[in-house]
Design a protein around this ligand. Structure first.
Ligand code: HEC
Ligand code: HEC
Ligand code: HEC
Ligand code: HEC
Ligand code: HEC
Ligand code: HEC
Ligand code: HEC
Ligand code: HEC
Ligand code: HEC
Ligand code: HEC
Ligand code: HEC
Length: 418
């Protein structure tokens, strides 16, 4: 500190002797007389030591490098007193306005330092256009800037944000891996959240609000959005049915994986569970007058058992109902409409005759829904139980008999003379 004051005093003296030239706006060179020194430091009121070095090369290559230091540090003289914070909004009004309406900006305005200011994302003296691969905000670099805070346990706990696991999940997701591999078209944080107008998902204006998610994902997955919009789920969702699924209900948010990944919620083996999160819920079935027990009736079927045991060729919910364009069976365009069933089943059962698809598919095994199957099931349950009991009894008696015979044989052996 003392050295700093000495330097400042020296510079002040130099300035006084320089006469009227010192009154003009200070040049970059004048500021760098002191700030070009690699060892120049300052102790913050918090007690931290921070470097005050500014790299001229980096500054000259930045978008603002053509101007002098006072374009941003408007109150700086050479030498100077304590300076005011830089206001980027003086020249970037639009960015500053949208930033001010965001979750980050609102807290920053209250003086909270845990949220990012402009320079936390853009840098200070090396700012580049976002198109420049060396920019911090370049598409493939920005996630690292977000994750510096969003993978920080302390911040996550203090503000109740999604856990570190969820963020690591993003890095391992299909989008995260593709970005890491240099694929420019893949989704990074601001593609879904925006850059300056980041808002919580429960705000209707947020890009990640439920109502906006299909459009958000559809920006890049256009073909799928078109299909989805035709489905019963999209119609329900647009009509305000909160339980109707949007893309993230079936795929996840940050942890979206390739369909071919066996852990994906939409991998063939996991589809029944994913659909049944809703379709096996009593509430949903009765509220929307949907038939119940779609999961258990499927799991009891040949297909359900086969899929459960890893035979992914057997039919899962999506093989019969479709995926993004699911329609009720009453709709003539539905893959499970009576008229279309021979076709739908025929994809996998090409040799099946016209009667193959006639029987009901989701068989609820109750006396009122299907007495025949119920009776056969009861008969088999009793029959097999009786069979097992008789079998155990039979084996038990047989063993007792053998043991008894051996015991008697042994006793006779001991008593007889050699
Ligand atoms: C004579 C040397 C000297 C010159 C010339 C000088 N500075 Fe500084 N500057 C310092 C010192 C010393 C500090 C640390 C002050 C402290 O410890 O509080 C500092 C701190 C700063 C800070 C950060 C602390 C704060 O007050 O916010 C900024 C920004 C800054 N200078 C910008 C400039 C700019 C822009 C110029 C050119 C117009 C300039 N300086 C010229 C010596 C100088
Ligand atoms: C595009 C705007 C901009 C320009 C131009 C600019 N600075 Fe800064 N500078 C900042 C910001 C933002 C900070 C962070 C502190 C703040 O908000 O005031 C900062 C901080 C500093 C600091 C404090 C140390 C640090 O890194 O936080 C020094 C010293 C400094 N600037 C010197 C300079 C010098 C010397 C020049 C000219 C070569 C210059 N600045 C040009 C935006 C700018
Ligand atoms: C949370 C990080 C973050 C913060 C905070 C932030 N920006 Fe940005 N900003 C970005 C990203 C990311 C882009 C680039 C988006 C892209 O790829 O086009 C961007 C783009 C820009 C652009 C380029 C023009 C444009 O719209 O593409 C300007 C100018 C800009 N920001 C200024 C600011 C200013 C001024 C502030 C503070 C008021 C600020 N930014 C705060 C992340 C941020
Ligand atoms: C005195 C006005 C002024 C101030 C203050 C200022 N900028 Fe700029 N900024 C400009 C101008 C002018 C350009 C355009 C340079 C060009 O296109 O070559 C620019 C360009 C940018 C770009 C690149 C835009 C693009 O097209 O990709 C970003 C990002 C940016 N500024 C961020 C900031 C941030 C962050 C701050 C505060 C730390 C800031 N600016 C302060 C005038 C300013
Ligand atoms: C300097 C640290 C920091 C950086 C960098 C940062 N954030 Fe944040 N972010 C926070 C903090 C702290 C909060 C909590 C704010 C609150 O609760 O209002 C937050 C909140 C959020 C929220 C939730 C909004 C809400 O109100 O629930 C989202 C989404 C978000 N950030 C996304 C991003 C994205 C995307 C980036 C990168 C472009 C980013 N953040 C960069 C610190 C940061
Ligand atoms: C494919 C789109 C997508 C990407 C990429 C993405 N997110 Fe999210 N993010 C979401 C969705 C959707 C939500 C849930 C919003 C809700 O329902 O509240 C969310 C929620 C969040 C939240 C919790 C705040 C809230 O609104 O509930 C934070 C913080 C967050 N994301 C940060 C990030 C960060 C940091 C990255 C980059 C490492 C990132 N996200 C990448 C879609 C995405
Ligand atoms: C987030 C909950 C949710 C998930 C996940 C979900 N659905 Fe739905 N589904 C609904 C709701 C709610 C309706 C009623 C919407 C309406 O009528 O507008 C519905 C309607 C249907 C219908 C039409 C019923 C009728 O007669 O109108 C079928 C068929 C259907 N879903 C099949 C599926 C399949 C197959 C999957 C898995 C690939 C699935 N659903 C995943 C909630 C869900
Ligand atoms: C009801 C659940 C459900 C909803 C809602 C849903 N998906 Fe899917 N999605 C699936 C299933 C199941 C698969 C796997 C299909 C297969 O096995 O080929 C899939 C596959 C995909 C694929 C990869 C395969 C392909 O066809 O390219 C993408 C990309 C995709 N979905 C994006 C979306 C988007 C975007 C939305 C929202 C507009 C969405 N999904 C809504 C269940 C859903
Ligand atoms: C910025 C564009 C973009 C956005 C936004 C986006 N995606 Fe993607 N998504 C991609 C790209 C590109 C790939 C292919 C990555 C690869 O090749 O590995 C992909 C891959 C996928 C896959 C894997 C497909 C497969 O082959 O199995 C699914 C599923 C998916 N996205 C779902 C979503 C969902 C759901 C959302 C919304 C929450 C979303 N995406 C938002 C660009 C995007
Ligand atoms: C082998 C083909 C097939 C499989 C696999 C299948 N379904 Fe179905 N599903 C049908 C047919 C055919 C109908 C219409 C007749 C009926 O209700 O039995 C139907 C009806 C439905 C209905 C009633 C609404 C309507 O459109 O009539 C729902 C909801 C449903 N299925 C959900 C599911 C779920 C969830 C799964 C997976 C756990 C599944 N289905 C598996 C063929 C199938
Ligand atoms: C995704 C392909 C696929 C679809 C679609 C499909 N199945 Fe199957 N199904 C299988 C596989 C694989 C098996 C077990 C192998 C086998 O025996 O053919 C099977 C077995 C069966 C069996 C057990 C008896 C048998 O033939 O081995 C019946 C009954 C059956 N399916 C009926 C249907 C009906 C009805 C439909 C249409 C509503 C249908 N399946 C649609 C793949 C499918």
């Amino acid at each position: 500190m003392i050295r700093c004051f000495l330097v400042a005093a020296l510079a002040a003296a130099a300035l006084l002797t320089a006469g009227p030239a010192g009154a003009a706006a200070p040049s970059v060179g004048e500021c760098l007389d002191c700030h070009g020194d690699k060892s120049i430091e300052m102790t913050t009121p918090g007690g931290q030591t921070v470097s005050l070095h500014v790299d001229l090369e980096e500054y000259r290559r930045s978008v603002h490098g053509g101007g002098s230091c006072v374009t941003c540090h408007t109150d700086a003289k050479s030498p100077h007193e304590r300076l005011a914070k830089v206001n980027c909004g003086r020249c970037h009004g639009d960015a500053a306005k949208s930033y001010a309406s965001s979750s980050h900006g609102k807290l920053r305005a209250k003086g909270v330092a845990d949220v990012p200011a402009c320079h936390d994302c853009h840098g200070k003296h090396g700012i580049r256009k976002s198109k420049d691969p060396a920019a911090r905000t370049f598409h493939l670099n920005i996630a690292a800037a977000c994750l510096r805070c969003h993978k920080d346990r302390a911040i996550e706990r203090k503000y109740g944000l999604p856990g570190e696991k969820e963020m690591i999940g993003y890095e391992r997701s299909v989008h995260g891996l593709a970005s890491k591999g240099g694929q420019m078209g893949s989704a990074v944080c601001p593609d879904c959240h925006g850059n300056h107008t980041i808002l919580p998902g429960d705000n209707p204006k947020s890009a990640t609000n439920r109502q906006n998610i299909p459009t958000l994902c559809g920006k890049c997955h256009t073909g799928i959005l078109d299909k989805y919009e035709r489905s019963v789920h999209a119609k329900g969702m647009r009509a305000g049915i909160a339980e109707s699924p949007v893309c993230t209900d079936c795929h996840g948010e940050h942890t979206i994986s390739k369909v071919s990944d066996p852990n994906s919620p939409v991998a063939a083996r996991n589809i029944p569970k994913t659909c049944s999160r809703c379709h096996d819920k009593e509430g949903i079935s009765s509220r929307y007058a949907l038939p119940k027990k779609r999961f258990s009736s499927y799991m009891d079927s040949f297909h359900g058992i086969a899929v459960e045991y890893g035979m992914t060729k057997a039919a899962n919910c999506a093989s019969c109902h479709g995926v993004h364009d699911i329609l009720p069976s009453s709709d003539p365009a539905s893959t499970v409409n009576k008229a279309n069933l021979p076709n739908t089943c025929g994809r996998c059962h090409p040799k099946a005759g016209p009667n193959f698809a006639k029987g009901p598919v989701h068989v609820e095994i109750t006396p009122s829904k299907s007495l025949g199957v119920f009776a056969i099931r009861v008969f088999y349950t009793l029959f097999i139980s009786a069979l097992v009991i008789l079998f155990v009894l039979h084996v038990g008696l047989e063993m007792y008999g053998r043991w008894n015979r051996r015991r008697k044989g042994g006793a006779e052996g001991k008593g007889s003379p050699k």
